[in-house]
Design a protein around this ligand. Structure first.
Ligand SMILES: NC(=O)c1ccc[n+]([C@@H]2O[C@H](COP(=O)([O-])OP(=O)(O)OC[C@H]3O[C@@H](n4cnc5c(N)ncnc54)[C@H](O)[C@@H]3O)[C@@H](O)[C@H]2O)c1
Length: 267
């Protein structure tokens, strides 16, 4: 595979936490394709030290920012512009967290103040990121903004709880801002709907193993890995997809279009 799909491009990666995070795989792949990066995550996530290690490995800066704070986002983007000496070509939003799921609250008995916080972290942060980029005019022409999502936005997966509504909101923000960014300077905004993947956030969902195995059996190609998701992100950041915007793109081995797979019934 050619290692220059992103040469000369500059991008910001939200959500690389540890070696399993999807955003970590994306950052590594962007680096291998010649991109210059800034990594960011919530200040609390920096305590583990893994983000700083990744930044060292990829020879880039890591800047803490709570993605729900407009002040933090403005600081992050101002510093990134200085580091790059210019605007950005791509941004990955790879952020998700549910307080009710973490505290094991049943869907029929959720705490609504926690739900608001979940929506703020997992979805409204995407709007905040895009609004800051838009008003500060920080995206280069034909830039590419991506958010990561899950099919629970369209279909019911009971254990995914309020994250389903978070993802529906996230996908809607991509479509709405896709219009504004497209008409402004041809910047694309899309979401990638990924298979269940073994990461810190993923495995936090109740019954994740059964959930993962079911999707794996149901999908003709099997579940897609975090590495394969990174490949898809690279394609979406590259100039090969300049006409793709406002889409929710399924990267799920065919799961979303299956009705029944006989292999589910086999032992
Ligand atoms: N793992 C899966 O099965 C799966 C499937 C489909 C979609 N996704 C989505 O992929 C994305 C990445 O998840 P992952 O599975 O790599 O897990 P992850 O836990 O590694 O990533 C979630 C990230 O969100 C960050 N975060 C939380 N609160 C934040 C805040 N206030 N400000 C900034 N960052 C914050 C965390 O620190 C972490 O880095 C999420 O949007 C997730 O919903 C995951």
């Amino acid at each position: 595979m050619a290692n220059n799909l992103l040469s000369g491009k500059k991008g910001i990666i939200f959500g690389a936490l540890d070696e399993n995070s999807i955003a970590t795989k994306v950052a590594e792949r962007c680096h291998a394709e010649g991109a210059q990066l800034v990594l960011t995550n919530a200040p609390v996530a920096f305590r583990f030290g893994t983000i700083q290690k990744l930044a060292e490995k990829l020879k880039c800066e890591a800047i803490p920012a709570d993605a729900t704070s407009m002040e933090d986002l403005e600081n992050l983007f101002t510093k990134s512009e200085e580091i790059f000496g210019g605007k950005f070509d791509f941004v990955l939003h790879s952020i998700g967290m549910s307080l009710n799921v973490r505290k094991k609250k049943e869907y029929t008995n959720l705490k609504h103040d926690w739900m608001l916080k979940t929506f703020d972290i997992s979805a409204i942060s995407f709007h905040k990121v895009m609004q800051t980029l838009f008003t500060k005019d920080l995206m280069n022409d034909y830039g590419s903004i991506l958010g990561l999502t899950y099919i629970a936005a369209q279909r019911t997966f009971p254990d995914y709880s309020e994250m389903a509504e978070s993802k529906a909101l996230l996908e809607s923000f991509a479509r709405s801002f896709g219009y504004h960014f497209g008409t402004k300077n041809k910047t694309r905004v899309n979401t990638i709907s990924q298979s269940p993947t073994w990461t810190t956030a993923g495995s936090g969902v109740k019954g994740f193993k059964e959930f993962y195995d079911y999707a794996d059996k149901m999908s003709p190609l099997g579940n897609t890995s975090a590495e394969a998701c990174a490949d898809y992100c690279i394609m979406m950041f590259s100039d090969l997809t300049r006409g793709v915007t406002m889409q929710n793109l399924f990267h799920d081995g065919g799961f979303s279009n299956m009705g029944m797979n006989p292999s589910i019934l086999e032992e």
